[in-house]
Design a protein around this ligand. Structure first.
Ligand code: SF4
Length: 77
């Protein structure tokens, strides 16, 4: 799984996921501060960017403790 980078876009924001960095803290999908509408570890693909507004996605990505999740705005690319 080393150095794999996956990208998931809702057209406005792109979520970038690096599986080798994920420490499986579950913060993104479990608990009160999670965003289970977007982060669905039992599904494939496990990130569904259409599941929540862009602002919520950004807030959630910023909570990832490992750096496995990051994002960029599509207009910046
Ligand atoms: S919050 Fe980050 S480290 Fe935790 S499970 Fe999600 S992607 Fe992995």
């Amino acid at each position: 799984m080393k150095d794999i980078t996956k990208k998931y876009s809702n057209g406005e924001v792109t979520i970038v996921w690096k599986p080798s960095m994920c420490i499986h803290s579950t913060i993104c999908w479990r608990g009160e501060a999670a965003l289970p509408e977007v982060f669905k570890p039992r599904e494939k693909p496990w990130i569904v960017p259409e599941g929540a507004p862009t602002e919520k996605i950004i807030t959630q990505v910023q909570r990832c403790p490992s750096g496995a999740l990051s994002y960029f705005m599509n207009e910046d690319k």
